[in-house]
Design a binder for this molecule. Structure first.
Ligand code: AMP
Ligand code: TRP
Length: 329
């Protein structure tokens, strides 16, 4: 069985973009692959976090993973910080990455270009830690949204470099982006990604938003004045985004939606999409509440941590041997 791995940072509340672009894929693939899914809390602290909020977001994230359908019997679910080998391998790979490569990473480049101050060294080197997360478990595939593809490509380069230098050590991973919904856009600014950090709350649907509020956000989504329903992200980004959200959650193809909405108005599309989002969030949140109430999260994490640690330790030992760290037989 091939291996698949992915992680999400527990920063801010999860959005519909996270669900459609990432979590949904994890659930779809869990039967076909050996899956590792983790909470990337070491990555979260690349920007300042309030410990109380971080704790709450972490719990919510795990509960939402489970509520979305991840089955702990099939998936190894763990906290990154519980498996200390990640930080160790992260350092080793930092020493096998170049400044130039890291300077090209969009996240760092954008923040620098905007003139942001207080950029931590961790934010700069974090793609090396991400490479460690992936290479530790010999992942064949890494399902991510398009914005993370670049990091998986860097991971491939680092892995190839390491293998060439020390002999076969790491499997070369491939990014896997969803065909539909790889990027969900802000409802208020449909050329920008729907993001946890967006300032205008009307642009973003949180997975824990009141379903009625979420429906209102869809109803007030920005569209255009062309008055025709087509899937064309360049000329009609707002309408295309709504079609994408509808299609991702309802399973109806974009073609079928477009033909069904011929001659209808934007209000019709919004009403139907709003209803689908309402039902989706209501079901998800009811499962989320059951999971929190069940008190099972601790046990699930403990088991995930044990399994991940075992595999990580084996890999790290191999790496240390290759590097010449091991002097005793
Ligand atoms: P982040 O919220 O940046 O930690 O991202 C967690 C995962 O969700 C990554 O795989 C992202 O690519 C994905 N993701 C985040 N926002 C979106 C979005 N608006 N559309 C699609 N995927 C997204
Ligand atoms: N960097 C990813 C993000 O910001 C989260 C992440 C950390 C991740 N390690 C990973 C994703 C390994 C996939 C594989 O969303």
């Amino acid at each position: 069985m091939q291996t698949m791995l992915s992680g999400i940072k527990p920063t801010g509340r999860l959005t519909l973009g996270n669900y459609i672009g990432a979590i949904r894929q994890f659930v779809e693939y869990q039967d076909e692959y050996e899956m590792y899914i983790f909470i990337a809390n070491l990555h979260a602290i690349t920007v300042a976090q309030d410990p109380k909020e971080l704790k709450q977001n972490t719990k919510d994230l795990i509960a939402l993973y489970l509520a979305s359908g991840l089955d702990p019997e099939k998936v190894t679910l763990f906290l990154q910080s519980d498996v200390h080998q990640h930080a160790e391998l992260g350092w080793i790979l930092t020493c096998h990455s170049y400044m130039g490569e890291l300077q090209r990473m969009t996240q760092y480049k954008d923040k620098t270009a905007k003139g942001e101050t207080g950029i931590t060294a961790g934010l700069f080197t974090y793609p090396c830690l991400m490479a460690a997360d992936i290479l530790m478990y010999d992942a064949d595939y890494v399902p991510v949204g398009v914005d993370q593809k670049q990091h998986v490509e860097l991971t491939r380069d680092i892995a190839e470099r390491f293998n060439n230098r020390y002999g076969e050590t790491f499997r070369i991973p491939q990014p896997l982006t969803p065909k539909i919904g790889a990027k969900i856009y802000s409802l208020q600014n449909p050329t920008k990604k729907m993001s946890k950090s967006e300032e205008n709350p009307k642009g973003t649907i949180d997975l824990l938003d009141d379903p009625g509020v979420a429906r209102k956000k869809i109803m007030s989504a920005v569209t255009d004045s062309l008055s025709t329903i087509q899937y064309d992200p360049d000329t009609q980004p707002g309408v295309s985004n709504l079609l994408m959200i509808h299609s991702s959650l309802s399973g109806e193809s974009l073609e079928s939606l477009v033909s069904r909405f011929q001659g209808k108005g934007y209000g019709d599309l919004k009403k139907e999409t709003g209803g689908i989002v309402f039902d989706f969030l209501s079901d998800l949140q009811s499962r989320y509440r059951d999971i929190i109430a069940s008190g099972k999260i601790d046990e699930i994490l403990r088991e995930g941590n044990e399994k991940a640690s075992r595999i990580a330790e084996r890999k790290l030992r191999k790496v240390k041997k290759k590097l010449g760290f091991q002097i005793l037989k």
